[in-house]
Design a protein around this ligand. Sequence first.
Ligand code: FES
Ligand SMILES: [Fe+2]
Length: 384
Amino acid sequence: MTTPPQTGELEPLIQELSRLAERPSQSGRGMPVGVYISDKFHDAEQKKIFNQEWLCVGREDEIPETGDFLTFKISAQPIIVVRLPNASIHAMANVCRHRMMRLVDGRGNAERFACPYHGWTYGIDGRLMGVRHMECTEGFEKERVFLPSVRCETWKGWIYVTLNREAEPISDRLNELLPIVEKYRMEDYVTIFSEDREWDTNWKLLCENFMEGYHLPVAHRSTVGKQFPVQDTVFDSRGRFDGFTYQCFSKPDGIQVGLAHPENKTLRGKWRKMSVMPTVFPGHMYVLAPDHLWYLSIQPNGYSKVKIRYGAAIAPEVLTSHPDKRLLIDEFKTLLDKVQEEDRHLVEAIFEGVRAPLSRPGPLSWLEREIQEFIQYLAHRLSG
Ligand code: FES
Ligand SMILES: [Fe+2]
């Protein structure tokens, strides 16, 4: 057995990942600790993964009206994603063309974006509309200035962006996921909240945690882990894991959350109890159940912090038939917040663990198969 590298040097870490990626899943092992605590490894991820891939910024119904916007960061690039008057969704740099101030934070509705530094004002399509005291500046033509646009595409209710002009369309990238998820009609689910948080951990620890159900009956025993039939988990059987992977699990009868509502007339047979958990690499993960979905989309902030966009949506028939929608939403959010808090505790404590001098990664369970697939994805992207 090889000794995992304990240094932060890039090449030995990538070589070790490539070796791990070659192992059959029944002898999979966790990643070397250096991948979580190396600046060089983090820089390589930013360059070869986050600057290249499609990243999810949220759901289309989070910005339904003209001028509704949300912000996001693709590696070092802050962006604005905004609904235009023609109902299309536009993404552009969130950096002023004057002296490069970030224009806007958070989310909201805007008729225009005014730079908080010297007041240059942009239309929601990114055209420079208003400036002051620039009449003496030689060669300055307001009409020729606009915020650079960023590729933005939607797929089944999700909004994806990329800095990569050459990336294949998101619909091609996720084409094989379509038959697995389309029966749920998730694009019709109604978003009930979406918010950002920042946790003190490496982004990959968070993804690994989301991708394995092994911890559910133990670490989530006081919330969603009760009676969780992890032994029945069904994995992606394509044998290729470049763009995404997923697992399916069935919920027991009689539980409150996770089953098809009687008014759901489209899901049939076993699918009325089945949830799918897709992970769209590198960082869009969701649980898609017959009655709800919840999602995470991550933005690494250095190797030791990760910003998480966290949101949930409910199937329309569940909302319309409930006598007290506010109560339903509040109860649902309270439950998910508890689960999130349980996971935050886990992945922050693991981050302490990986930095401890005596720590070494151990063998994986068959229920952690997606971690092996994640390793294969990372090795492929970083060694290419
Ligand atoms: S930096 Fe935006 S107006 Fe000066
Ligand atoms: Fe969890």
